[in-house]
Design a protein around this ligand. Structure first.
Ligand code: SAM
Length: 235
């Protein structure tokens, strides 16, 4: 259970109303039940429910189960697509270990399609389900050219390019080895414009990668690229 409060032995945690409802009414937890807590900073903790009512749940923090692991610095820059697919992108990218979700506005994107507050709740749910101990940050939509200008010199950008002859993703990743900071960029349904492709490829840290000869939907490209990155360069 993700709680936005400090976690330390013997602290009391009071859940907010929606979470209390989830724990007491949906999960039907009662006083005496044990739950696992994390807050993205203090590792994983065992807690015992002391009081479980519809709108109030109080938990006594007991012992640490896992220390906070060092998380990979991995951003996903994605052009928001349709609502359901955005949800899928947020969920799968969280399971696959991204530390930040960055919706980018491209020439063929409608970034208004993404509700970042909803996306954050989806990320919390996916973090809980996948037992990771952090929740990725969900940024407000930002223009692609702004992101490219602000790209740090030590961040490697994997640019998923659907019409690329040349190096496969695997070769590029093996060449880059274990970089400390990554970003993966996936375009919108309509793809990037030629002008955008040139702009992206003019960045020294950008590496165009192909995920095979077929044109993948954006959400498939997100899953495929992050899986490869984690397999070759992840922890
Ligand atoms: N309308 C575009 C076209 O026909 O060329 C297709 C865009 S595709 C649905 C959405 C995004 O997924 C692309 O911008 C790219 O980032 C990524 N993508 C799709 N297939 C890919 C592939 N085979 N290799 C690398 N990236 C791919």
């Amino acid at each position: 259970l993700f709680v936005d409060q400090d976690l330390k032995k013997d602290l009391g945690v009071a859940l907010d109303k929606p979470q209390a409802h989830y724990v007491a009414t949906v999960m039907r937890h009662q006083a005496g039940d044990r739950v696992v807590l994390f807050n993205g900073r203090d590792g994983e903790w065992l807690g015992e429910i002391q009081e479980a009512r519809k709108q109030t749940v109080l938990i006594h923090v007991q012992e640490q189960l896992r220390p906070q692991p060092e998380a990979m610095d991995l951003q996903l820059w994605f052009a928001p697509v349709k609502k359901i697919q955005n949800g899928l992108i947020v969920q799968k990218a969280t399971e696959l270990g991204v530390s930040a979700l960055v919706p980018v506005q491209t020439q063929r994107t409608n970034a208004d399609r993404l509700r970042t507050d909803k996306a954050y709740l989806q990320a919390i749910e996916a973090a809980e389900q996948s037992e990771r101990l952090t929740v990725p940050e969900v940024r407000e939509p930002v223009r692609l050219d702004t992101m490219l200008k602000a790209l740090e010199p030590d961040r490697q950008l994997l640019f998923c390019h659907e019409r690329l002859d040349g190096a496969s993703a695997l070769e590029v990743l093996q060449r880059q080895g274990r970089a400390q900071k990554w970003a993966v960029l996936v375009g919108p349904e309509g793809g990037f414009t030629d002008e955008e492709r040139e702009l992206i490829q003019s960045c020294e840290q950008a590496h165009a990668i192909s995920l095979g000869p077929r044109i993948l939907r954006a959400e498939t490209a997100v899953i495929a690229s992050l899986s490869l990155l984690q397999a070759v360069c992840g922890d």
